[in-house]
Ligand binder design. Structure first.
Ligand code: AMP
Length: 288
């Protein structure tokens, strides 16, 4: 396994692989890898000849007052995990490589970036889309692997690749969870013991809603369900603030106020909750 630190190094290499007809699989990450990232790497391993993982904590997607500075980083640990998982290259640029002085080009995907995470974190998806498009142009992947964990990110990136004719196929991997249901996240290490014990209630709340709207229960009132989910989460002392609980069409991300006429549509139920300074997101998709 090799580590590539510059854009030109990476781009030369991937161009060569393309000429040789090698299939490139790409897993973009911000590092501090866990089983969720490794499941993406495994999926890439199965589909591609060459697996490239990028590790870059992208300042552009963090707003003022967010956790850019304290975002966990440990490249030595990540290197070992990648090597053991059969990664061929890590692309590990510094901020100057990606945003040299005078940098001024940004990608903005309208509408779909506005609600949910976008409404709480203005500018977040502009940062995500910009870095991911740059990475696509550098790595030139045939297949790119993303987690369902970041549902809105997926919709935004799918829209971007379609609208801008980006030549990569996005593969969605399921959310990897701890045994108690908590979605794996690099930020979980910042949870206190109490917060860690309470955090699985996010998934419990999502599962509650799923149970309630399974076949035969289509007339459920969304506001009632949100209220029950909210009660369940607020019953945990360390869940300090619910940013949102939302029901959306999984393709357009349009908010749903009723479940009527949602047959044959995928429903995304997502939430974001703060445990003190740690903000967690999770979601499930219901296929009807
Ligand atoms: P991050 O390093 O958090 O930016 O995540 C990099 C990629 O890993 C994104 O595509 C995430 O959606 C994905 N990912 C993060 N957590 C999980 C998880 N628990 N299960 C599956 N994929 C995940």
């Amino acid at each position: 396994m090799k580590i590539l630190k510059t854009v030109s190094q990476a781009q030369k290499l991937t161009s060569l692989f393309r000429v040789k007809g090698k299939v490139i699989g790409f897993v973009p990450t911000m590092g501090y890898l866990h089983e969720g990232h490794l499941s993406l790497i495994n999926a890439a391993r199965k589909k591609a000849d060459i697996v490239i993982v990028s590790i870059f904590v992208n300042p552009l997607q963090f707003g003022p007052g967010e956790d850019l500075k304290k975002y966990p980083r440990n490249i030595k640990r990540d290197e070992k995990l990648c090597r053991d998982a059969g990664v061929d290259y890590i692309f590990y640029p510094d901020v100057k490589q990606m945003y040299p002085e005078g940098y001024s080009t940004y990608v903005n995907i309208e509408k779909i970036s506005d609600g949910l995470e976008g409404s709480i974190r203005p500018g977040h998806f502009k940062g995500v889309a910009t870095i991911v498009l740059k990475l696509f142009n550098i790595v030139q992947p045939h297949y790119s692997f993303f987690g369902q964990k970041d549902a809105q990110q997926l919709s935004v990136l799918k829209k971007m690749t379609a609208d801008l004719n980006v030549n990569t196929k996005i593969i969605v991997c399921p959310t990897a969870r701890e045994q108690d249901g908590l979605a794996m996240s690099s930020r979980n290490i910042y949870l206190s013991k109490q917060q860690r014990a309470d955090a699985p209630y996010l998934y419990k709340a999502l599962e509650y809603a799923k149970r309630k709207i399974m076949p035969g229960n289509y007339n459920r009132d969304i506001d009632f369900l949100k209220g029950q989910m909210s009660k369940l989460i607020k019953s945990r002392v360390s869940a300090t603030k619910i940013d949102y609980i939302s029901f959306n069409d999984n393709t357009t991300l349009k908010e749903l106020n009723t479940l009527k006429n949602t047959q044959n549509r995928e429903i995304l139920i997502s939430l974001a909750v703060r445990f003190g300074s740690v903000r967690l997101i999770d979601n499930i998709v219901i296929k009807r």
